[in-house]
Design a protein around this ligand. Structure first.
Ligand SMILES: O=C(CO)[C@@H](O)[C@@H](O)COP(=O)(O)O
Length: 239
């Protein structure tokens, strides 16, 4: 069993910083109306200093079923990339999110991913209920998702099934979001904040396209224009 208190001090400091970030980012889920009750979770890969030999990959995720207003850095759970909780200073009985296996699978198989988010946000989940990809009919979709928001396979919670479906779907897409069939959106990012942003934007475009379709099928943006918009937004937009 890995004990956090026995890891190098710079690793412990990195874990502490990650716990603070992940705890704070969970407040964005209710604030952006992406969750009801406790139905969403955020995680972030711990940045392990390059000279920390022998330290395994770790990530931080919320404890399962704990109300968002009770989340704090102190109760964020630290796990190995196999999804096993380490001795992280939280009570042994405090279990990590029920989606821990899915987050862990993504971290094991997508090296560039530093953050993962899962919600059941209403409009994105309605598209997932129909197992229907959200077509790229908005410039905001081209900017953020580089095309359609894809649908992943139906999979049961608790083992690698969901994680495998996320990875296999996103490997073939520029999108940082995937709608797992009849379940809901999972998003990824370079860090947890980027994954939370993708979850917010996924719900926003799911809602907009839903309303646009009420009056007919909106036309998909031409692929060349999608590519141009995606390139500008990813490489020029912002500061
Ligand atoms: O949908 C499910 C469970 O079926 C979970 O994603 C959701 O309730 C969040 O669970 P956690 O509180 O992260 O364990």
């Amino acid at each position: 069993m890995i004990r956090l208190s026995e890891l190098p001090s710079d690793v412990q400091e990195s874990v502490a910083r990650t716990r603070e970030k992940v705890a704070a980012l969970h407040a964005e889920l209710p604030r952006n109306e992406l969750v009801v009750w406790t139905a969403g979770n955020v995680s972030e890969r711990v940045q392990i200093p390059p000279d920390a030999d022998g330290v395994p990959g770790l990530f931080v995720i919320k404890p399962s079923g704990v109300s968002y207003d009770e989340l704090a850095a102190e109760n964020m759970v630290v796990c190995t990339l196999d999804g096993e909780k380490i001795e992280d200073g939280t009570p042994d009985r405090l279990r990590p999110s029920s989606d821990t296996a899915a987050h862990a699978y993504v971290y094991r198989h997508m090296d560039g991913v530093g953050g993962v988010v899962h919600t059941h946000s209403t409009y994105a989940t309605a598209w997932a209920a129909r197992s229907e990809a959200i077509p790229c009919v908005l410039t905001m979709m081209a900017d953020e998702f580089g095309g359609d928001i894809p649908v992943g396979p139906f999979a049961l919670i608790g083992d690698d099934s969901i994680g495998r479906g996320i990875v296999e779907t996103l490997r073939g897409s520029r999108s940082p979001a995937v709608l797992m069939a009849q379940h809901g959106p999972f998003t990824i990012g370079a860090d947890a904040k980027a994954a939370v942003k993708a979850a917010v934007m996924c719900e926003e475009v799911a809602r907009t396209v839903h309303f646009a379709r009420a009056y007919g099928e909106p036309p998909r943006i031409d692929q060349e224009q999608i590519d141009s918009l995606f390139d500008r937004y990813q490489n020029v937009y912002g500061q």
